[in-house]
Design a protein around this ligand. Sequence first.
Ligand SMILES: C[S@@+](CC[C@H](N)C(=O)[O-])C[C@H]1O[C@@H](n2cnc3c(N)ncnc32)[C@H](O)[C@@H]1O
Length: 226
Amino acid sequence: MDDKTRVPSEITPDQWTWNVKVDPPFHKKHFNANLVKYHDRVMGQDKLRVFVPLCGKTLDMIYLSERGHGVVGLEFSQIAIEDFFAENDLTYDSEKLDGKPFVRYAARENNITIYQGDLFDLSSEVCGDFDASWDRGSFVAINVSTRAKYGRLMSNLIKPSGKILMELYQYDLAKCTGPPHYAEEKDLVENFTEFQVRMLSEFVVVDSPPYYSGDDFQLGVALLSH
Ligand SMILES: C[S@@+](CC[C@H](N)C(=O)[O-])C[C@H]1O[C@@H](n2cnc3c(N)ncnc32)[C@H](O)[C@@H]1O
């Protein structure tokens, strides 16, 4: 699309605004429609170990847990994590990991675990590896300068034969420097060098975030196979 020379915003994890009273605009009070649409095709009927990077307090973790998967989220914000458990009537055990910059929260009532810490400190040594990942608002949320590092991290975390289901956005770059950051298929091919990349859907116009003026904000869905 337009003006690819504009420099995308760069932010640190603590600059994501989580507030105890007001939900951030990216949080949705329903299951993600693309997760529901593509779940069976991508994750089948198997009981998988599924990673939800930059999970916030997404209800998609409940959806995945209800399909029988073991769900592992990763999030920097303690507010988001505590809200997630409280709002879903879950209690948890929490534990600071020895010698690692993470606190692990494990729900008592189901198979959801959330690691609190910085995504880029994570490795399979901390959290094990995964059969699949649901990436809504993670690849497009990280700084563009860290995309290759993210691709390498996912190679470390996703098992051979594992998959990543991912949402991508395209929009007029003159109107928004992100996040969410603009991404297309070639950005995935360049940064996930150990994965096969395939678009599952064309980009289609969706409601734009409140800070974006225009009716050309588009969403597409990709599948990455390890
Ligand atoms: C766009 S939101 C997406 C939330 C969630 N996936 C959803 O669908 O609602 C990005 C989230 O990632 C968290 N975050 C951003 N950078 C992070 C990092 N480096 N490590 C851990 N969490 C991070 C933010 O606090 C925020 O909750």
